[in-house]
Design a binder for this molecule. Structure first.
Ligand SMILES: [Zn+2]
Length: 141
C-alpha cells in the first residue's frame, strides 16, 4: 500500500548558537557563577536548583541544549576535596582527635560545600562551554 500521508519534513532541533556573541571568557564564567545567562547576563540561567532553562528569556540562546553532564560534579568534587582533605590532615596532625570529632566536622562541611558549589560551578561550566563553542553546528565550531 503506497504511503499517501503528508510527507514528514525533518525537524531540525533549535541551535544552541547564541543569538548574540558570547562575551569574553571571564565575563561568561562570572555570569554563569552568578546564575544568569552567560551570553547576555540579564535573565536566569536556572529554572530550578540545577535545571537549566531551555531558552534565555532575554537573548533567546538555547541554553537547555548545552549538556554539561558530569563536568560540574567532577569540578565540585575536585574543589571540595582540595578544601576538605588538607583541613582534615591538619586537624589530625595537630590535635589527633577521636574519629567521631572528624565525622561531626568533615561530613557536614563536605555536604554543605558540595551543595553550595554545585550550582555556581554548573553555571560556570555552561559559560565555559558556550565560549568554547560546544553545541554549535560542526561547521561553525
Ligand atoms: Zn541571555
Amino acid at each position: 500500500m503506497p504511503d499517501t500521508a503528508t510527507p514528514v519534513l525533518p525537524i531540525e532541533p533549535p541551535s544552541p548558537m547564541p543569538a548574540s556573541p558570547v562575551p569574553e571568557m571571564k565575563t561568561a564564567l562570572r555570569r554563569g557563577v552568578r546564575g544568569v545567562c552567560p551570553v547576555c547576563g540579564a535573565a536566569p540561567l536556572f529554572a530550578g536548583w540545577l535545571k537549566v532553562v531551555d531558552t534565555c528569556a532575554n537573548c533567546g540562546t538555547h541554553l537547555g541544549e548545552i549538556r554539561a553532564d558530569d563536568a560540574p560534579p567532577y569540578f565540585t568534587i575536585f574543589a571540595v576535596g582540595h578544601i576538605i582533605i588538607p583541613g582534615m590532615l591538619w586537624l589530625e596532625r595537630a590535635h589527633a582527635p577521636e574519629l567521631w570529632v572528624h565525622m561531626i566536622i568533615w561530613v557536614p562541611l563536605t555536604l554543605a560545600l558540595s551543595l553550595a558549589l554545585m550550582r555556581p560551578v554548573k553555571g560556570a561550566t555552561i559559560g565555559l562551554m558556550l565560549k568554547l563553542g560546544f553545541g554549535r553546528p560542526a561547521e561553525e565550531a
